[in-house]
Design a binder for this molecule. Structure first.
Ligand SMILES: Cc1ncc(COP(=O)(O)O)c(C=O)c1O
Length: 359
């Protein structure tokens, strides 16, 4: 029965609008899309990538080889770049599916270059570490790579990239430290294409844009605090599956963490910590119904949350939907409420929920 399951609505038109807005903001710089982890948990890769493609996106970034293969089976004529690099023995698979490994150390370059020896050398992407110590060529390997610059120049298209650690904070001095390190790399490896910014970096200004930016979260409606023109994409609502009376002095939920100070009515919605809603929301979170804010009471259970409907008892019934996040109470705000980041809110959308892709 469809009405007993929470629903996630994903607005494909808003994704496209966000892409086009970022394109306008970045002027001549190419805007690629980060679609890793199945477009940050939103799924529906065919529809989401089709929307981005129709807005003009040609370059897509995923994290894992397996994600790249899935995308390639869906789309023939897009560039798919794999952030986690090229592990030993994967060369043939990358080649077969025409995926571009993002090379993260010298040995990856050596192997890939050797593998492509007599083959066409079309695309090469090298990630340099400028201060995350996560992925990317570090200084010793950069020196070795520099000695291979004649081989790097044999490729038709070369992208030199890095990633910012603190770009969500415009004022953080580390952004410029990393940019200067990147400038030094650009000087050594000159005459190629360059990319440093993801969503946060776009708002640090033109100096950070280079030839390509690689936003993710902004496309999906997160980080609206960067720019109010970014449209909300994801909304979540849940049906009510039970309504109960809670008498004055009685408690609700595990461990009796909420005791009624008066006679009350409660409603139960079918989502809980098994769906990623942490205990932190216990007696603290809220949902919305026709403009009314309804607080969560008692401890969050594995599969259910109890809400206080005392003030609107006459307006609400089993099967009605309450809203968890929407265009007004966005994923950014919901993330703040739950002590996390909007990335995690959408990446962890439960498999038990229905996902609707709206055009
Ligand atoms: C290397 C790289 N580029 C781009 C992105 C997209 O970042 P954002 O979602 O902040 O725009 C990520 C995300 O983690 C990343 O790791």
């Amino acid at each position: 029965m469809k009405y007993s399951i929470p629903e996630i609505n994903i607005n494909l038109f808003a994704i496209k609008k966000n892409y086009l807005y970022l394109k306008k903001l970045c002027n001549k710089t190419e805007v690629a899309s980060s679609v890793k982890a199945s477009s940050y948990g939103l799924g529906g890769q065919k529809k989401i990538i089709q929307s981005l493609k129709s807005a003009g996106c040609k370059n897509f970034f995923v994290a894992q080889l397996s994600e790249g293969i899935i995308l390639r089976k869906l789309f023939k004529n897009i560039h798919i770049n794999v952030l986690n690099g090229l592990l030993k023995g994967e060369e043939k698979i990358f080649f077969k599916y025409q995926l571009t490994p993002i090379l993260n150390d010298y040995s990856q370059f050596q192997r890939w270059n050797k593998f492509l020896k007599n083959k066409k050398k079309n695309r090469l992407i090298i990630h340099f570490d400028t201060g995350m110590c996560r992925l990317g060529v570090q200084s010793e390997d950069a020196k070795k790579l520099f000695k291979q610059i004649h081989n790097i120049r044999k490729y038709k298209y070369v992208l030199i990239m890095s990633h910012l650690a603190s770009s969500s904070n415009i004022k953080d001095k580390y952004n410029n430290i990393q940019r200067k390190r990147f400038e030094k790399i650009k000087k050594d490896f000159s005459g190629f294409n360059y990319s440093l910014a993801s969503t946060g970096g776009i708002y640090l200004g033109k100096k950070f844009h280079y030839d390509m930016v690689r936003p993710g979260i902004n496309l999906y409606g997160g980080y609206q605090f960067c720019d109010k023109n970014i449209k909300n994409v994801v909304s979540m609502r849940s049906p009510i599956i039970a309504i109960n009376k809670l008498k004055k002095g009685e408690t609700c939920g595990y461990n009796q963490t909420f005791r009624a100070k008066k006679d009350m009515f409660t409603a139960t919605i079918p989502m809980g910590y098994a769906d990623g809603f942490g205990l932190r929301l216990s007696n603290k979170g809220f949902v919305f119904f026709k403009g009314n804010r309804l607080r969560m009471i008692g401890r969050i259970s594995m599969d259910t949350i109890i809400i206080d409907i005392t003030n609107i008892k006459k307006l609400i019934k089993i099967g009605d939907f309450v809203e968890i996040y929407n265009d007004k109470f966005t994923i950014d705000k919901f993330a703040k409420l739950t002590g996390t980041i909007p990335y995690r809110v959408i990446c962890c959308i439960s498999d038990r929920f229905t996902k609707n892709y709206l055009c």
